[in-house]
Design a protein around this ligand. Structure first.
Ligand code: KG4
Ligand code: ZN
Length: 345
């Protein structure tokens, strides 16, 4: 069979991205362009949907041209166009879908709608040739869930967060302590200097069976400790910030590790031939969390697969790859492809 080469387009959150990926060969990723919007949203303390949508619409064409240029290929040399059709901010998703439809209409190439979460979940097959089924922990600023990935279009959802995603909790913690955004890296850096035992933060839902998680109580606890300290000593010292970050990070790490242990136990009941735990999402960059998950995987006799960070966070190579996998099993879309703000796997 012929080697498929796809153009991928991603615009569901605050990154505008395009990539060219082929089904086999080394490398499979011929180009991957990501244009971030952090500078645009920085002063608002979050992503502003209207600003995001306008920026996507303005940058998509250039992003696609750049991806094709870097790959050294013309649009006509693609075998299809994959685009994130949801879930996400509707303005951004719509911009991407319209862009992809325009290109498909102009060339007659097949159009493949991809679920953004499926893109993340299939990434370990792009980087590591991982066989199905594997267990995926998706942890980012917007998502937190366990999935048993059984096929390009077959996902079994185990538990997930019932409120905030861990990345969101890291970002809020940074904000509460006056540390820079994004919170993950700055909280991790501060935690490295701190004593995780000084503050005792809650481990929500550990007493309950299953792999559901909750992270919103952590920031409430943190706020309480912070305000108590400020009231007692008139402010926060460097030491206090470091200790709070260390305590917070340890709590998140322990919850994720224990829930992963349970999800692994459920997954292992399927008797996979090559058991594996894979991670994706920005929070998978955290070295404390990574080490804990690696240890849990080892304990369970499963391989631990963590794609390079640039492929763990939002990008279009994962969308092109998911498009390739869908095309390989005959799943293509047409001009009726809809943008979906909500789209559970
Ligand atoms: O996957 P991602 O780039 O975007 C989405 O949320 O879709 O993840 C971003 C999140 C942010 O909340 C950021 O604070 C978090 O990942 N993050 C980290 C670290 N690096 C990034 N969280 C903890 N530790 C890190 N080292
Ligand atoms: Zn994402």
């Amino acid at each position: 069979s012929r080697t498929l080469t796809l153009l991928g387009i991603e615009s569901s959150c605050d990154d505008t991205a395009a990539a060219v990926v082929r089904a086999t060969g080394d490398p499979k990723i011929l180009s991957s362009v990501v244009i971030g919007q952090t500078a645009l949203h920085g002063s608002y303390g979050g992503v502003v949907p209207e600003i995001a949508a306008r920026a996507h619409a303005e940058k998509l064409d250039d992003c696609v041209s750049e991806a094709l240029d870097r790959a050294g290929l013309a649009l006509g040399q693609m075998d299809g166009i994959a685009v994130t059709a949801g879930p996400g901010l509707i303005g951004g998703v719509l911009s991407g879908v319209m862009c992809a439809k325009g290109l498909a209409a102009a060339t007659g190439l097949p159009l493949v709608g991809v679920n953004h979460l499926a893109g993340h979940a299939l990434t370990p097959r792009l980087t590591d040739d991982l066989p199905y089924p594997y267990l995926m922990l998706l942890v980012s600023g917007g998502h937190c869930q366990f999935l048993i990935v059984e096929g390009a279009d077959r996902f079994r959802r185990l538990g997930g967060t019932i409120d905030d995603a861990p990345g969101e909790a890291f970002d809020k913690t940074a904000r509460l302590l006056g540390l820079p955004q994004p919170g993950g890296p700055s909280v991790q850096a501060a935690a490295a200097e701190g004593d995780p035992g000084r503050f005792r933060f809650p481990r929500p839902l550990l007493d309950r069976p299953g792999s559901d998680m909750s992270f919103s109580g952590l920031k409430t606890a943190l706020l309480r400790e912070r305000d108590a300290l400020v009231a007692a000593q008139g402010g926060l010292y460097e030491r206090d910030r470091a200790d709070m970050c260390a305590g917070f990070q340890r709590a998140v790490t322990e919850v994720l590790a224990e829930k992963t242990r349970r999800a692994l136990a459920e997954y292992l009941c399927l008797a996979p031939r090559h058991p594996a735990l894979a991670v994706a999402g920005g929070v998978a960059a955290n070295s404390s969390i990574r080490a804990a998950l690696d240890a849990v995987a080892q304990w369970a006799g499963a391989a631990f697969v963590a794609p390079p960070l640039a492929l763990c966070t939002d990008n279009a190579a994962m969308i092109a790859w998911a498009g390739i996998e869908r095309m390989q099993i005959g799943l293509v879309d047409d001009m009726t492809l809809a943008a979906r703000p909500r789209w559970p796997l």
